[in-house]
Design a protein around this ligand. Structure first.
Ligand code: ADP
Length: 163
């Protein structure tokens, strides 16, 4: 049976840290679905369509990854896709609190699914989408942290907001 993994997140926007995790997951599993969450309760900078488009263009060169979106419970999405592996990225110890809580809840809701934590390359340890947006908002270049397309989208978004 093909080993399928789902990597869920907001990806608001996708960073090089997320991309590093996707590449690692693609080496470990036969197929990886990057699942962009469509959670109406969360306030996002980019719409779900924009987040999907940015992610799709960043993973175009990966033959065993694709992008999808989900709303509602992640475990329901996993069941629907018949996936039993959930990928999450761990950067620093402070991520663990939240990630362990999430993994433990997901395990209670769907005990057959396993959360697999992957560490990004050291250079991405302190990279967070929220920080990238803050830097972009203040007008600094973000090309080291995101793909060229995401950098362009950030510039456009924050220029519009400045008016
Ligand atoms: P969420 O809102 O679900 O936390 P994010 O898009 O912020 O979604 O993150 C998705 C996953 O990617 C999380 O497991 C997060 O810890 C991980 N992640 C975020 N940034 C990085 C990074 N720089 N390196 C590795 N993993 C990361």
């Amino acid at each position: 049976m093909a080993r399928l993994a789902v990597y869920p997140g907001s990806f608001d926007p996708l960073t090089r840290g997320h991309l590093d995790i996707i590449h690692r997951a693609c080496r470990l599993f036969d197929h990886v679905i990057v699942a962009v969450s469509n959670n109406a309760a969360k306030k996002h900078t980019f719409s779900v369509a924009e987040r999907i488009a940015m992610t799709e263009s960043a993973i175009r060169d990966l033959p065993n990854a694709d992008v999808d979106t989900f709303s509602g419970l992640l475990v329901d999405y996993l069941r629907e896709k018949k996936a039993r592996v959930l990928i999450r990225g761990l950067r620093v110890v402070s991520d663990m609190d939240y990630e362990f809580q999430l993994a433990s809840f997901n395990r209670r809701l769907y005990k057959e699914a396993e959360t697999v934590f992957l560490m990004p390359d050291d250079q991405y340890t302190y990279l967070a989408a929220s920080m990238v947006k803050e830097v972009a908002r203040l007008g600094a270049p973000v090309d080291a942290f995101v793909t060229p397309q995401v950098a362009r989208s950030l510039r456009r978004r924050f220029k519009l907001h400045k008016k």
